[in-house]
Design a protein around this ligand. Structure first.
Ligand code: FAD
Length: 368
């Protein structure tokens, strides 16, 4: 979010942008640990509209931003194994069709036919959209930062934001591990850490860090080149090609909020067993790598865009585990908000911070 916002602000003519990152490298937060999945298949109109704006930006990324980002359109195949999910996805697909997203509806038989290496005897139905797929997160982050720097933005690593100074209800300065920076405008794009940054300005952001983890396998020569991003929805279990092997992840429904980013080895076994159950050939693969990262979860699984009660202090965070794909448009929207005072590309005004106090929550069913 920070990299995209910096680029879009610079492109909009802002020259005194300072992007601060506490780690030694950019993109080591949620973005660098994510699965790289991008999809049009969502359950709410606003998420579909964000995808309709953001995914084409990733398709055009090399031409517009000057960086190859390896957009692989393998399609997301959601597999549905209970009646409640089938009914909900039927409504979702109707909504997607109305908004111009031509998701395909598959019968259980068609799911099994498309996934010959997997065991889905219990599949009742599935949904598939061919332009969903994967994109390389690091290329997107570095593409935006390099382009922003070419346009005059400054981007520093190893600088921890320790506080936001507020006076008379307005932002005055940012305190960092390397000193203070006077400014009247701060954009909080700290992902899973956004609430911590918000607290320092006296602003409560309902964003909780929730650990999610995954692993990759060694080479699996049987895998088809066009193997889709498969999601066993009821189990929140997913598989996609990563090089010559697979990336496999699963959400632990019992994970409690916290900043621990170590792999939970007990849950990794649960994930592995569930994966082998669905795809027996995984048993023959080795584990190539594994890691954990943090989702940045809000009470309605939708992000927060825009101002806070402190003048000059805005936020773009809380994407609840599917924000990488919306990063391009999110940064563009924040540049519009800062420069013109409103969101033009997609109307995200309902995703304001005040909705939580005012009870205007939005529910998203397709959270993995
Ligand atoms: C395991 C996993 C899988 C995921 N899979 C997908 C997926 O397939 N598709 C998808 O779209 N999304 C996915 N997500 C979600 C996605 O990663 C996030 O929604 C998105 O990356 C959030 O971006 P961000 O810029 O808000 O946060 P981040 O990428 O975390 O960026 C915030 C940055 O702020 C820095 N920071 C924090 N505090 C401070 C401070 N005080 N001072 C200075 N710097 C600070 C952090 O170091 C970090 O680099 C996944 C997430 C995880 C954890």
């Amino acid at each position: 979010m920070g990299a995209s916002a910096a680029y879009h602000l610079a492109q909009g003519g802002v020259r005194n942008i300072l992007l601060l990152e506490k780690q030694q490298f950019f993109g080591q937060g949620a973005t660098g640990r994510c699965a790289g999945g991008v999809r049009y298949q969502f359950a709410t109109e606003i998420n579909i509209r964000l995808s309709l704006a953001s995914l084409p930006m990733l398709e055009r990324f090399r031409d517009e931003v000057g960086q190859e980002v390896s957009y692989r359109q393998c399609g997301y195949l959601f597999v549905l194994t209970n009646d409640a999910d089938v009914a909900a996805f039927q409504r979702n697909v109707d909504l997607q069709h109305r908004l111009g997203v031509q998701t395909e509806w598959l019968t259980g038989e068609e799911v099994r036919h498309r996934l010959p290496l997997m065991k889905f005897d219990d599949a009742l139905a599935g949904t598939f959209h061919p332009k969903d797929g994967t994109v390389d997160p690091n290329s997107v982050v570095m593409g935006y930062i390099s382009a922003a720097q070419r346009l005059g933005a400054r981007a520093l690593t190893g600088v921890d934001v320790t506080g936001i100074s507020v006076s008379g209800g307005r932002v005055e300065a940012v305190q960092t591990s390397h000193g203070s920076v006077r400014t009247g405008l701060v954009l909080n794009a700290a992902g899973p850490w956004a609430a911590t940054v918000g607290e320092t300005a006296g602003v409560h952001l309902p964003i909780q860090p929730i650990r999610r983890q995954m692993f990759t396998t060694t080479r699996l020569p049987e895998l088809a080149k066009d193997f889709p991003f498969v999601i066993d929805f009821a189990q929140s279990l997913y598989f996609h090609r990563e090089g010559d092997g697979l990336l496999i992840g699963m959400s632990n429904p019992h994970e409690r909020p916290g900043f621990d980013q170590n792999v939970d080895e007990d849950f990794e076994l649960v994930n592995l067993e569930a994966a082998i159950e669905r795809m027996p050939l995984v048993e023959r693969a080795g584990r190539a790598s594994r890691w954990a990262g943090l989702y940045e979860v809000t009470p309605d699984a939708h992000p927060i865009f825009g101002g806070t009660p402190v003048e000059g202090f805005s936020v773009v965070a809380g994407f609840s585990g599917h924000g990488f794909m919306h990063g391009p448009v999110a940064g563009k929207l924040m540049a519009e908000y800062v420069l013109d005072g409103h969101f033009a590309t997609v109307d995200v005004s309902m995703l304001d911070l005040a909705r939580f106090e005012e009870g205007r929550l939005i529910q998203e069913y397709n959270v993995v």
